[in-house]
Design a protein around this ligand. Structure first.
Ligand SMILES: NC(=O)c1ccc[n+]([C@@H]2O[C@H](COP(=O)([O-])OP(=O)(O)OC[C@H]3O[C@@H](n4cnc5c(N)ncnc54)[C@H](O)[C@@H]3O)[C@@H](O)[C@H]2O)c1
Length: 350
């Protein structure tokens, strides 16, 4: 393998689940190097390390890892409840941070990491595989070029038939749940495509109709009765968000349902509409309707694009397209939908 230039970002990866695709992309970038791994389970680090191009250090204590001067940046890919404690430790030690979705398990925690990361003056970015995907990016760039005219309404949803993940309790305990796990992807993506408008209020509904009853679990794994009893999160949530400028977004997320699997975004604009999957543009010209199926020119996998952008922000000083502040805005919208379900009325968003 070609040697890396001196201006290389030395990254530590925390969490050996989603840390693996992110870590591979960071290690394979010509200006990225994975120098350390951190997990509570040593075998998971050993197994991932054997796939990496260069030797790495192992840590089981993220605080000790954050004191290592040979680390410039930290990727955080633990269960939701640990994103902020680990992210805070990293920025307090002057490390750049890349954090998987959702930013946090609550709005307060999300606000705290944004405040501290911004005052530490480090690059702080969300790793968002949907927003950085080819088709979503294509729609966002077309929207910014004015192709759709005024985008005034959108629907976005992530629906599974049997897809409750419960391989760590973080998914199903307070702070986890379907909406923070999957709703976050479709909500972030549609909000970004719309040009990150300011949210005003949300009305939502949420609950758990499958998980606590031992139904709807997926991914070919066995789950115990004990898991079902510990279910404290939503397994579905949906709602409506009003934005400044009169834009409305309907958003839904189901870990389990009696509906087919679907991951979709639909855009309503004055000049054209679109859907994400399969990527389709709807237009009317001279009274004739046209359904176009564009193929985005710039093809790159999400993880590679995320890693590349993070490294460019650090080494070239370009503005970050997905700062943690975006994660905070999405967290506010998610928490407002969940809160609205709890109190049975619309919730204002600051
Ligand atoms: N497309 C995506 O962007 C995507 C996909 C899947 C998961 N995720 C996110 O990744 C996170 C983890 O999900 P997963 O499926 O990888 O879970 P996972 O259980 O497979 O991996 C999490 C790892 O974190 C480790 N860990 C837990 N607490 C830790 C701590 N305090 N210090 C160090 N390591 C710790 C665990 O031992 C485990 O190996 C979740 O927040 C989830 O939302 C994102």
């Amino acid at each position: 393998m070609a040697s890396k230039p001196n201006d290389t970002v030395r990254v530590a990866v925390v969490g050996m689940g989603i840390g693996q695709p992110n870590g591979h992309a960071l290690a394979n970038n010509p200006r990225g190097q994975v120098v350390a791994l951190c997990d509570l389970v040593e075998e998971r680090m050993q197994s991932f390390a054997s796939d990496l191009p260069e030797p790495v250090k192992f840590y089981t204590d993220y605080k000790e890892m954050c004191r290592d001067d040979e680390i410039d940046a930290v990727f955080v890919g633990t269960p939701n409840q640990w994103h902020v404690p680990i992210g805070l430790e990293a920025v307090r030690n002057g490390k750049h941070v890349l954090i998987t979705k959702p930013l946090a398990d609550s709005e307060d925690a999300a606000a705290q990491i944004v405040e501290e990361a911004e005052s530490a003056n480090v690059v702080n970015m969300m790793s968002l595989s949907t927003r950085f995907d080819n088709n979503c990016r294509y729609l966002g760039l077309q929207a910014r070029n004015g192709y759709f005219g005024e985008l005034y309404y959108a629907r976005s949803r992530s629906v599974r038939r049997n897809g409750i993940p419960a391989w760590n309790l973080g998914f199903i305990k307070k702070g986890g749940g379907a909406f923070r796990d999957m709703g976050v992807h479709v909500l972030d993506a549609v909000w970004w495509v719309l040009g990150t408008p300011k949210p005003i209020s949300a009305l939502g509904t949420a609950g758990a109709k499958f998980g606590p009853f031992g139904r709807g679990y997926g991914f070919g794994r066995e789950y115990s009765e004990e898991i079902f009893q510990q279910f404290e999160a939503d397994d579905y949530a949906g709602g409506f968000i009003n934005f400044e400028g009169g834009i409305g977004v309907q958003v839904e997320s189901f870990w389990a349902s009696h509906q087919p699997d679907e991951f979709q975004m639909e855009l309503f604009g004055t000049e054209a509409g679109a859907k994400l999957s399969p990527l389709t543009i709807y237009r009317t010209e001279d009274g004739q309707t046209h359904d176009l199926t564009p193929e985005p020119e710039e093809q790159m996998g999400s993880w590679d694009r995320i890693a590349n952008h993070f490294i460019e922000c650090i080494l070239d000083g370009i503005p970050c397209e997905a700062p943690l502040r975006h994660g905070l805005s999405v967290q506010k919208m998610m928490e407002a939908i969940l809160k609205s379900s709890e109190i049975g009325e619309a919730v204002s968003i600051d």
